[in-house]
Design a protein around this ligand. Structure first.
Ligand code: HEM
Length: 143
């Protein structure tokens, strides 16, 4: 009888533990948002490109993959503008965000074109532009 009570108690405790949300351990609230997912996708590729652009001919395939990932990320991010602050004009905020995201997409396309053309200087220039537009986007829209 005592063993049965003990086992029932143990089962109840296990159920309680498994259904309790421990926010300090990370819960559903920590799931990255679609915008964060798009950003992380771009981040990995931009980081990889830093090394790859030194020799675009040798790294052609990897560079094309990185350009494509940034294009995908910027494309996904385009429609995910964060909410405008209370003191901002909503349309100006959203359109400014989207144009900056498009500038990243455009720089990634320019980069792809330069990789195809074997234009190392063009690759480096497009990569630099990408970084500048990223900074502009973060300065204004990342809070
Ligand atoms: C190559 C271009 C870019 C890269 C690699 C990049 C990378 C990142 C990374 C790593 C984060 C942090 C994500 C996280 O918290 O897990 C982030 C956040 C963010 N980025 Fe970008 N970013 C780029 C361009 C842009 C542009 C152009 C804009 C705006 C037009 C932008 C707006 C934001 C915003 C609003 C956040 C905050 C998202 C949130 O925490 O809800 N980013 N970005």
């Amino acid at each position: 009888m005592r063993t049965k009570t003990l086992l029932t108690g143990l089962l109840a405790a296990t159920l309680l533990v498994s259904t309790t949300s421990f926010s300090f351990l990370g819960s559903q609230d920590d799931e990255p948002t679609p915008l964060q997912q798009a950003m992380v996708k771009m981040q990995g590729s931009q980081k990889a490109m830093r090394q790859l652009i030194a020799d675009p001919a040798t790294n052609k395939a990897a560079l094309l993959r990185a350009c494509a990932m940034i294009q995908e990320g910027a494309h996904a991010g385009f429609s995910l503008a964060p909410k405008a602050p209370a003191d901002a004009d909503e349309n100006q905020w959203r359109i400014g965000y989207q144009r900056t995201m498009l500038a990243v997409l455009d720089a990634a396309l320019e980069c792809e074109l330069a990789v195809h053309a074997g234009d190392a200087e063009g690759v480096a220039a497009a990569y630099k532009k990408m970084g500048e537009h990223k900074k502009a986007g973060h300065d204004t829209y990342q809070k």
